[in-house]
Design a protein around this ligand. Structure first.
Ligand SMILES: [Zn+2]
Length: 317
């Protein structure tokens, strides 16, 4: 039977509904949980997060993919309670946002060790939660070039993806050639990889989206809502029209089946204030209306938000 791992157990792909494929329940840098300035009580975290997930569900959202890696505030028992209380399927990840957010313990680990860690979290569970990871996160460290540790993480992720059938999602798709080389050397077809943040204002100019898509890769337009029009925009913001035009241009090149969209929002940021005025519900409140205004029909919108992510997340046996 086809299935996707969620924190509450396996789900059939056709039950996922509308998927937000790159999001965060709470994301922070390693150690932020120790900073008293930013420490949040469980009540505060629930109060910030539950209304956003409830609204997501009311809008017709089915599945929230949390790609907060190991060391960045991932908290699977918490996700389980959020999912049970809101009715939103939550997919958790194994892997790391980037080599530069891996704590020293993992920084020294070899490819075999990292592979075993990822496979364990996918096939046995994350810690003692019993929840299996549904996707593997990897990424490019700050500086914009793949480090040795990034490459070890990519190779371990590729091996874990080949052996378990779970897909890989990347933070950034700059410096893409070494990443593609690793995936090809490990025998992982690129349609099992979602190359993320192709649309952010800082990295879009350096992201070879059509080159990756031409080789079969999936492309994440997944920072929707981080707009220069916001009151206090982040450094990766981009003008709203420019981002939309980028997506539409990509679709126009015949890559509809390889495009995925998301908002990369934080329900309850850890160790930083987050970006005011931005939530996962941008997808329903702004993006879908914009896509309709641009002339996309409902079948195309459903492909982007329902079929493509289901196809990506389904475990390949
Ligand atoms: Zn993210």
């Amino acid at each position: 039977m086809s299935k996707v791992n969620t924190v509450l157990g396996p789900v059939a792909p056709e039950e996922l509904g509308v998927v937000a494929v790159h999001e965060h329940v709470g994301y922070g840098m390693p150690g932020s949980e120790l900073d008293t300035r930013w420490w949040k009580t469980p009540e505060e975290r629930y109060a910030e997060t539950v209304p956003k997930l409830r609204r997501f569900h009311e809008y017709g959202g089915g599945t929230f993919v949390d790609v907060t890696g190991i060391c960045n505030g991932r908290d699977v028992d918490y996700y389980k309670s959020l999912s049970a209380k809101t009715g939103v399927h939550i997919v958790a990840c194994t892997g790391f946002v980037g080599g530069d957010t891996a704590l020293p313990f993992f920084e020294r680990a070899g490819v075999d060790y990292l592979t075993r860690q990822f496979v364990h979290e996918i096939t046995v569970g994350i810690g003692g939660t019993g929840s299996r990871a549904g996707v593997i996160k990897v990424g490019v460290s700050r500086g914009g070039r793949m480090t040795d540790l990034d490459l070890r993480i990519y190779r371990a992720a590729a091996r874990a993806a080949v052996s378990t059938g779970v897909p890989i999602l990347t933070h950034l798709a700059i410096d893409a050639e070494p990443a593609v080389a690793v995936f090809e050397e490990e025998g992982l077809p690129l349609h099992r990889v979602l190359f993320g943040h192709a649309d952010d204002g800082l990295n879009a100019p350096n992201t070879p989206d059509t080159w990756l898509a031409g080789r079969g890769g999936r492309i994440g337009f997944d920072t929707f809502g981080y707009e220069t029009e916001l009151e206090d925009p982040p450094f990766w913001a981009r003008p709203r029209r420019e981002r939309l035009a980028h997506l539409l241009g990509f679709l126009g090149k015949g890559f509809l089946d390889q495009a995925l969209v998301s908002a990369d929002a934080n329900c309850s940021p850890l160790g930083w204030p987050g970006v005011k005025g931005h939530t996962v519900n941008y997808l329903f409140e702004e993006l879908i209306p914009d896509l309709r205004d641009a002339g996309l029909d409902e079948a195309t919108i459903t492909r982007l938000l329902v079929h493509n992510p289901a196809d990506f997340l389904t475990i390949q046996n």
